[in-house]
Ligand binder design. Structure first.
Ligand SMILES: [Zn+2]
Length: 336
């Protein structure tokens, strides 16, 4: 277990653990007394309930003006999230803090099992977490299309599938209290639907994924091991006439993958990728320019004589610009 820092644990118990956590969370949610329900957001709120909000920065009792602001925030979020979400869009719409935490704290994720397009990933947990691992569920909504696309090999189909719209869920508190409502109203929640408006934690409804979800999305976007895992599910579904497939990752395969993946993959938005590509182009350009520029010639004694009043640095500069001795001499003569 040294290779994973111990967080992976036994994959065999992962699905059971995820289900037990979901059941416990649902029970807790159903018993929660201070939920702002959808009917209340649209105006049926009774101020005697004395619910609180942090809209505006400080915690205070909720007013009917806040409800109007919440309704506007729902409309804005739904507009931003319209058309569903992909791995890339999840990264793009996330908070920088969450991306930074995904980069520094959640260094790896592995797919543990798949039931058709519904894949369970296991990730490590942050340093202050009560648990050692988290469960992120990703539902690849175009799985059926990838299975049926006879023109593509399983690998090609998997590579296409990972860029398509998906739904997700995580069992952590950040997803539960900040983002589950956002994913529910955006139509890409793959777990328990959340109807309670996050009036305290995220009343502006910004951001979209916790650090575990972001780590998984970075792997979905770029990891060859995820493509391979999806291609196995596609192959299996193609072999079954009803198009269904269950795939499990073995403990040994998961540990081998994690051990081979020493440096965490970068958590990058589209903008980060653009900047990184531009920097790489610039570096390549500099290398080419250095390789193709002839070494600047030192001016000969004859040029120096012809150049008259020009100093050494000026002559060197002209030579560096690729001018010949006679051109330099002409410039010097013109300046006399
Ligand atoms: Zn999470």
């Amino acid at each position: 277990m040294a290779t994973t820092g111990g967080w992976l644990g036994k994959l065999a118990g992962a699905a059971g653990e995820a289900k037990a956590r979901a059941t416990a969370e649902k029970k807790e949610r159903l018993a929660a007394p201070r939920i702002l329900r959808p009917g209340e957001v649209v105006g049926e709120y009774d101020a005697s309930r004395l619910l609180m909000t942090t809209l505006g920065g400080e915690i205070r009792p909720l007013t009917h003006d806040d409800l109007a602001a919440f309704r506007q925030n729902v409309r804005t979020a739904q507009k931003r999230l319209s058309g569903g979400i992909t791995a890339r869009k999840t990264l793009d719409l996330s908070w920088k803090d969450d991306r930074d935490r995904a980069q520094s704290q959640i260094r790896q994720a592995v797919p543990a099992s798949a039931s058709n397009g519904r894949v369970r990933f296991v990730t490590g947990a942050g340093p202050d977490s009560k648990v050692s691992r988290h469960h992120v569920t990703v539902e690849f909504m175009s799985f059926g299309a990838a299975v049926s696309a006879g023109t593509k090999t399983p690998l090609q189909a998997a590579n296409w599938l990972r860029k398509q719209p998906l739904k997700f869920d995580c069992d952590c508190e950040r997803h539960t209290y900040w983002f589950r409502y956002v994913s529910t109203i955006g139509g890409f929640n793959a777990g328990r639907a959340e109807t309670g408006f996050p009036k305290i934690r995220n009343p502006r409804l910004t951001g979209v994924g916790c650090k575990h979800v972001l780590r998984v999305m970075a792997e979905v976007e770029s990891a060859g091991t995820v493509v391979l895992f999806l291609s196995k599910a596609i192959t299996k579904a193609r072999e079954n006439d009803d198009g269904r497939a269950t795939v499990r990752q073995t403990q040994r395969d998961a540990e081998t993958q994690l051990a081979a993946n020493k440096r965490p993959r970068n958590i990058m938005t589209t903008e980060d990728r653009r900047k990184s590509a531009a920097a790489a182009r610039e570096r390549r350009g500099l290398v080419r320019a250095t390789a193709s520029t002839p070494k600047p010639k030192k001016p000969t004694a004859a040029t120096r004589r012809m150049a008259g009043g020009m100093n050494k640095a000026q002559l060197a500069l002209l030579a560096k610009m690729g001018l010949s001795e006679s051109q330099i001499a002409a410039i010097a003569a013109a300046g006399k």
